[in-house]
Design a binder for this molecule. Sequence first.
Ligand SMILES: [Zn+2]
Length: 423
Amino acid sequence: MKPKNKFQKQVVEASKTLPKLTEKQIEWGYRNCIEHIGQRTSKGIVTCTDCGHKWQGDGELISTLLGCECPNCKAKLIVKTTRKRIFEGCEYLCTITTHEGYQVLRYIMIKSVAKVGKTVKYTHSEVMQRWIAPNGKYCTFAKLRQTMGTMYYDSWIFGTPLELRTEIDVYNRILPYYYYPEQQLIPELKRTGIKKYIINQRPFDVFHALLSDSRMETLLKVGQTELFSLFLKDRSRKIDDYWASVRICIRNGYKVKDASLWCDYIGFLRYLGKDLHNAKYVCPSDLHKEHNRYMLKKAKADAQKEMEKLREKEADFAQAKGRFFGLMFSDGDITIRVLESIEAIVLEGKLMHHCVGGYYSKEDSLILSATIEGKKIETIEISISRLEVIQSRGVCNKNTEYHDRIVQLVQNNIPLIEERLAA
Ligand SMILES: [Zn+2]
């Protein structure tokens, strides 16, 4: 892709003078990123798949647990007792370096094919570079990937050029396990006091976050690493929503240990209109307890709101179904009545453990309740336009022994409903 803006043009220009990877770096990758296998036969002969050297090894348990060192090439070997004769390895090595004022991360894929009795063959290819400017802007150089007929998103095609590409999510998913030990940081990152390996995160994410938002730098400096990690990982959490409260924590020396729980808790406080600048709320000594207490409060407030909403709808309901109110019929044992409010329908659903509770809004439905001596038996739904029973259900949607009688009783009394319709 051709550079599209000034920033990309500058980076492409700078990339032309980026030094090649050194032999020392590649050698380090071959040594450290790939498992070196000692193939052990059942008779205890170990073959170093690095150099092909063969010798009588220790017992199986000792060799497999402790590994061993090849007496010839001194490679640290992982010993596998197997008949397998070919071992393939593939890992990423990442170097962290600077160039022309940019922070540069270089991703090298290292592959190995080791055959018992032969010298191991290594290949490597620099497949991606990420360039980050001191203001947090970044762009990515990459090789092309095989996208057809493979389940791997990182099947790089080694022969393609490493060039500027449109950003895609795949680039963010590459997670190298190995980092070259000699690392360089641009001054803007050094200043943040970031220490290697402290934060178990992708360095690219960490660098980008630190350079693009000074608040992330603050979190790191004051040791709020849990919050730092959360804002890095969970994109749905916006630092803006919590920053006022975070500052109160910092001022009070309150360290957030469970960041997602704390953020949820702050969410409850906000919902309930509590003062998010008040340390009394924001810095609870027992976060779990307060979190649960306010979660309950919120649930209650939610239920209250829900009921209020329903109450507002009662007038509409009475308007729509009022003409059927008071309708009742009985065969002497079973009594069937129209349910006359949303509240009554919701309650019916709860008591009977079925979903009639949501039916109050169904325009064409009339909901009736069948009882015997006041005890609820089944709930009936009638189609008003078709004047027939849609369903009649007992507790937990089961039919009762009265089911057929109830349906028949309703059918017999359809004329009563018709009368109301005609009125
Ligand atoms: Zn060897």
